[in-house]
Design a protein around this ligand. Sequence first.
Ligand code: ADP
Ligand code: MG
Length: 250
Amino acid sequence: MNIFSHGGSCGHSCCLRIQGLSVKIGSDTILDHIDLHVHCGELIALIGPNGAGKSTLLKAILGQQEFDGVISFAVPGQRSRSPKIGYVPQSPGFDPGDPVTVADLFACCMSKRPAFLGISKAMRNQILTCLERVQGEDLIDKRVGTLSGGELQRVLLALALEPIPNILILDEPLSGVDVDGIETLMDMLDDIRKNYDLSILMTTHDFASLPRYADQVALIDRSLVSVGTPVEVLGSDAFRKVFNRKGGIL
Ligand code: ADP
Ligand code: MG
């Protein structure tokens, strides 16, 4: 990823620019010349039908997918540093019978100490501090496989926030989460980006919550179909055409 110094419209926080990004897998063009600018501190929703290339775009940003084009990033005053990216992957499956607790999951990711030695008091306190960011201290001793969809997403979010990233990327964090859980999670993401001044890029099929929470919506279907405010994109002919809807959703 290129690092560029700030200029122009981005006065604070970080800024991600995607220019002419294309991904080919074999002879299949998965993404075709995508241009996207994730502005400072914004929440951008990436939408599109299944197979549109949303997860592939996120993987390219994360450095897990080869691509043509340019992905560049800026933090004011930090020309030589790579961005810290927090990532919440798409619905990881955990078995309800699996004995792994939330504390174990954090300790695996955060501690160099072998798991069989147990979790030190200091590590437990560190985990509680992380869970506090998502109001999830009460989840620390729960088995990961028994968490509700919303609880699991909050735990994964807490993991992605340690250390606090410049950009937070979430792949369909709202799938498998009930209506109340969606509001809780979106309110939380809204607070997090304001409190930590970070940018959020998330994929979702939950269009109804976008006007309230998203600054920009990018509709992709292998190429960039439409980008703008939620009202602009969700009310567009392009949106209706891609999702084969007679009326818009607004
Ligand atoms: P979305 O997240 O929008 O549902 P994806 O980015 O997961 O879409 O996938 C876009 C397309 O790329 C799909 O047709 C998928 O089958 C294909 N694809 C993704 N990864 C690979 C891969 N590693 N090998 C071959 N095809 C892939
Ligand atoms: Mg996907």
